[in-house]
Design a protein around this ligand. Structure first.
Ligand SMILES: Cc1ncc(COP(=O)(O)O)c(C=O)c1O
Length: 453
């Protein structure tokens, strides 16, 4: 019996329907949408739409709402800031929040070296700036990202990103001096190879890549997601991450961890890279950092960060007072509510449930995750592992109808991923997981029906 989710209209409901007409007319379709409705209010892990339907949120605005919607502490900090001033521009007149946040993050980030922090607006902008900072410091130009990686939609970050459709198709030409290196995908590794052997195999491929694709002495930075997000929640082994890190050190290449989706408690740590015992030269952050207020940043070794001259970094709204106030409150909430521990607990329960589901449904080929960054991969056949994007979309759509916001991921679009607020209650979590079970059931049934077209 549902207690939290409550969808009492068809989707879209009558009010959403009217808004949808306007949306179609005035907003380009290039901006995609999930459930066909519009938000009215949100709190914790619940979102209410304009027709009074309530959804449990397993999407968290694509990993942005780890501390929950409208957390009272975050709301209070934002309101207090609004009442004092909204913006002076850090380049015009500085404000305390920026410096306070930089100090906190410099101490929280891995490594006991001196650190500095630059703030920006979006994830892509943080990655763009990490590239600038790395190039300035190393005086090298090449940038290495990984297969299936996602870093944003600006020209540089789109170039660094993998999935052609919809992210890159007909948007070229792309930025020069960007190279894609191999990243393990254990579920799809060659038959008969152990994970350990596969790590060595991919590391050897990386070494070959430094001979065949780009000379190491020309590479400014290697940028890696500690867990691939949009690429399908692929969790690498420590050996792979450390192997790449060692090669970077050997060749004077900066190692950049893109923590935009993995950071701020998602994996049970402030930064996912902490799981791998690696200390990055630079870290990019955004999403859950601001709990919905746009802010991003680059944290890095002071020696590297401080190489740029005054005026070379920044932007009009970069590190806005509202963003800084929200982020300071987010850090307090993570600490006070022990959200890192909570993320681990949630992750364990989700993986347990997904494993039960994979025993029940043949369409679940793989279950994986780190902390509360969990996913299952949907396939047509367990043996061939052929991705089933259609069924994945159908599961997500069935979940929406039942009051659960859910997202897909993966280059083949066949991964169901979970990014719920970490403040979700046990009861809400269980209800959401039951809806996933019902949605798979319904999608599999629909799949059996003959198509009418
Ligand atoms: C790992 C990673 N890097 C960069 C980005 C880009 O962030 P934004 O959409 O804020 O530009 C994302 C967004 O999903 C991401 O997951």
């Amino acid at each position: 019996m549902a207690k939290f989710s409550d969808v009492k209209t068809q989707l879209p409901g009558p009010i959403a329907k009217e808004l949808l007409e306007k949306r179609k007319r005035y907003v380009p379709k290039g901006v995609s949408n999930g459930v066909p409705t519009f938000a009215d209010s949100a709190e914790g892990a619940l979102v209410k739409d304009v027709d009074g339907n309530t959804f449990i949120d397993f999407a968290g605005a694509i990993g942005t709402i780890n501390v929950g919607h409208s957390h009272p502490k975050v709301n209070h900090a934002i309101k207090e800031q609004v009442d004092r001033f909204i913006h002076t521009g850090f380049n015009v007149m500085m404000y305390e929040g920026y410096v306070k946040l930089a100090e906190k993050l410099a101490h929280l980030a891995p490594g006991d070296h001196d650190k500095q922090v630059l703030f920006l607006n979006s994830g892509a902008e943080a990655v763009e700036n990490a590239v600038k900072i790395a190039r300035k410091y190393t005086k090298r130009q090449a940038i290495v990202s990984f297969k299936r990686g996602y870093h944003g939609r600006t020209l540089m970050t789109m170039t660094m990103t993998s999935k052609v459709k919809p992210y890159k198709y007909e948007f070229g030409p792309f930025a020069p001096e960007v190279y894609k290196a191999p990243y393990p995908y254990y579920y799809r590794r060659p038959k008969g190879m152990t994970e350990a052997d596969y790590d060595e195999y991919v590391l050897q491929e990386f070494k070959d890549f430094l001979v065949g694709d780009v000379a190491p002495e020309t590479i400014a930075a290697v940028i890696m997601e500690p867990v691939q997000g949009e690429g399908g929640f692929v969790v690498p082994n420590k050996r792979f991450v450390q192997g790449i890190y060692e090669l970077c050190k050997q060749h004077g290449i900066l190692f950049v961890a893109d923590e935009i989706q993995t950071g701020f408690t998602r994996t049970g740590r402030y930064f996912a890279i902490e799981h791998f015992d690696v200390v990055p030269d630079l870290i990019t952050i955004s999403k859950s950092m601001g709990a919905g207020v746009p802010i991003s940043g680059v944290i890095g070794k002071s020696e590297i960060m401080d190489k740029s001259e005054p005026g070379e970094l920044g932007g009009t709204y970069s590190g806005s007072p509202l963003g800084c106030s929200a982020a300071l409150a987010v850090l307090d909430v993570i600490e006070e509510e022990n959200l890192n521990q909570r993320a681990e607990k949630i992750g364990k329960r989700v993986i347990e449930k997904f494993n039960q589901l994979s025993d029940r449904f043949d369409c679940i080929g793989d279950v994986r995750g780190l902390g509360a960054m969990c996913a299952m991969e949907i396939v047509k056949d367990l043996k061939t592992k052929e991705p089933d994007k259609k069924l994945t979309n159908s599961i997500i759509s069935e979940a929406g109808k039942r009051g659960l916001l859910l997202l897909s991921a993966g280059v083949f679009g066949n991964v169901v991923r979970i990014l719920m607020p970490i403040v979700i209650t046990d009861e809400q979590l269980e209800e959401g997981l039951s809806i996933i079970e019902e949605s798979i059931e319904a999608a599999v049934e629909n799949n059996k029906k003959p198509s009418l077209v």
